[in-house]
Design a protein around this ligand. Sequence first.
Ligand code: RBF
Length: 164
Amino acid sequence: MSTADKNLSVFSIDDLPNISNKKFALVVAEWNSEITEKLYEGAYQTLIAYGASPDLLVRGNVPGSFELSVAAHWFAQRADIDAVIALGVVIQGETKHNDYINHAVAQGITNASIANNKPIIFGVLTPNTMEQAVDRAGGVHGNKGDEAAMTAIKMVGLKDKVLA
Ligand code: RBF
C-alpha cells in the first residue's frame, strides 16, 4: 500500500492495561478548531472504546498550540491526573512561525512530561497544508487523535509496570 493511501493510525492492541480508574486530561488548541475538534473526538472515543470512564476524562482548551505545553504542565501537576493528551494543528505558513511553535511545543511537552513524571502525549499535527491535516484527522490517514489516545493508554500501562 502506498503512503498516500495508508491509514497511518494502526497500532497493536495486545496487552492493554485496565484504564477504568485512570484519569486523562485532553488539552485542545482552538487554532484550526475544525481539525482539533476531530482530533479530540477521535481521542475521546478511543479512550472510551478501550475502557476509560467518561467521568474521568477532563478537557481544557488553549488559544493556540504554543499554549499546549504550559496547560499540559498544569494538568500533569494534579495528583489525580494519570496522563495528558495535547492536541493541536500547526499548519505551515509563509513564515517560519510554524517551526518555532512546533519545536517549542515538542520541547515544552517533553519537559513537562519528565518534570511531572507522567505521560504527556504529543498529539500535534504539523502539516504543510490543510488537506494534509484533514487526511490525518479522520481522513485517509486515519485520526491522529486516536493514536494519541492509544499512546496515552500504553504509556499509563507501561508506567504502572515499570514503577510497580
Ligand atoms: N497556533 C496553532 O495552533 N496553529 C497554527 O497554525 C498557528 N499559526 C500561527 C501563526 C502565526 C503567524 C501566529 C502569530 C500564531 C499562530 N498560532 C497558531 C498561535 C500560537 O500557537 C499562539 O497561540 C500565539 O502565538 C500566542 O502565544
